[in-house]
Design a protein around this ligand. Structure first.
Ligand code: PLP
Length: 365
């Protein structure tokens, strides 16, 4: 027997892990600097670690109270009703919940190209498909409602990523308003704020009061350093918030994840330190890398290096793992995450060295 026709489904290509790369190269994972997945170089909040340890003896019980507590705490943080907070296993889980709640078979979604691949993967799981709008290097990856709307053709969901992965560009708040106003009444605009903590722009969550065709995605994977626990949420308008009960996978947000997120959300010091390091590192990349880079609102910087695959392989051999953005549709770029100060300096040294060594013979006059 066979599964259904999955030929249109592409596998997610994650950034390579330190263990995996170390095994390939016969190195010690400790020797590697992993800057390929936009993880928090400071690790999780110590309070979150303590919360996980404290909750570990109780994992025989389904996560119920912790889920309720986390939902309430997030709602309080943003001034929302509890029902407007859809807690999920990572923001990826929320993408699936929105697909379940909105997509009928053959419905299309509209996504950025280059962009985060899970939006269209999720649509395809739900028997839909994806069209794309360009975020173009010719315009320095600038994002605007106009550019999105020029590609828009009545799709059921439109995704905007701000700050955008992998380019770092930001969709200004006024543009989000325009987008929500200009699309059809039955089109949902999803603003993915996975990296919003690092940006200067305020969250779009307060716009949920004004627009009932908007949803905002947030995650604990990046600035809160909890990627391995899989915890995130969607903030949605009250008009259809009750759909959660019908689309939520029971207990998908696990006990340890909920407890860790509750602790992390109140560790402001850890969050501030994480954001400050990332802001320092992205400036350092802009100033010190010998290749073109773009302004980033996130904890990563996109760099134009020529042959991304060759450069990513060579930096890896020298101990720094960066993300080849070929799978995002940018085969001439790598994305390098913001590390600690030390890691960031190492990354600059290695990347500059590799680019110089791989550069075709300096052109002769
Ligand atoms: C990391 C990321 C997410 C969320 O990841 P989760 O770990 O599932 O919370 C969502 N969108 C973008 C663009 C990301 O880079």
């Amino acid at each position: 027997m066979q599964p259904r026709d999955l030929s249109e489904h592409e596998a997610y290509v994650p950034g390579r892990g330190a263990e995996e790369v170390a095994r390939d190269l016969g190195m010690d994972p400790e020797e590697l600097t992993k800057l390929s997945s936009n993880e928090n170089p400071h690790g999780p909040s110590p309070d979150a670690v303590a919360a996980v340890e404290a909750a570990a003896p109780d994992v025989n019980v389904y996560p119920k109270a912790s889920h309720t507590d986390l939902t309430e705490r997030i709602a309080e943080k943003w001034g929302l009703d509890d029902s407007q907070v859809w807690v999920s296993a990572g923001a990826d889980g929320s993408i699936d919940y929105l697909s379940r709640a909105f997509l009928e078979p053959n419905d299309d979604i509209l996504v950025p190209k280059p962009g985060f691949s899970y939006y269209s993967m999720s649509a395809r799981y739900h028997h839909g498909d994806a069209s794309t709008y360009r975020i173009s290097k010719d315009d320095d990856f600038e994002q605007s409602a106009e550019a999105i709307l020029s590609a828009y053709d009545g799709e059921r969901i439109v995704y905007a990523t701000t700050p955008h992965n992998p380019t770092g560009s930001v969709l200004p708040r006024e543009e989000i308003r325009t987008l929500a106003e200009e699309v059809d009444e039955q089109t949902l605009v999803v603003v993915d704020e996975a990296y919003a903590e690092y940006a200067a722009e305020p969250s779009a969550i307060d716009l949920l009061d004004e627009y009932d065709n908007l949803a905002v995605l947030r995650t604990f994977s990046k600035a809160y350093g909890l990627a391995g626990l899989r915890i995130g949420y969607a903030a949605v308008p009250s008009a259809w918030a009750d759909a959660y009960a019908r689309v939520n996978t029971p207990f998908a947000a696990n006990e340890l994840a909920c407890r860790a997120a509750l602790a992390a959300i109140d560790d402001e010091e850890h969050l501030e330190r994480s954001v400050e390091t990332a802001r320092w590192a992205r400036e350092y990349y802009h100033e010190e890398l010998d290749v073109p880079t773009w302004d980033s609102g996130g904890n990563f910087v996109l760099c134009e290096v020529g042959d991304a695959t060759a450069v990513a392989e060579a930096t890896q051999e020298r101990g720094v793992i960066v993300r080849d953005t070929s799978s995002f549709g940018l085969p001439e770029c790598v994305r390098v995450s913001c590390g600690t100060r030390e890691e960031t300096k190492t990354a600059v040294e290695v990347l500059n060295g590799v680019v110089a060594d791989l550069r075709p013979e300096a052109s002769e006059p």
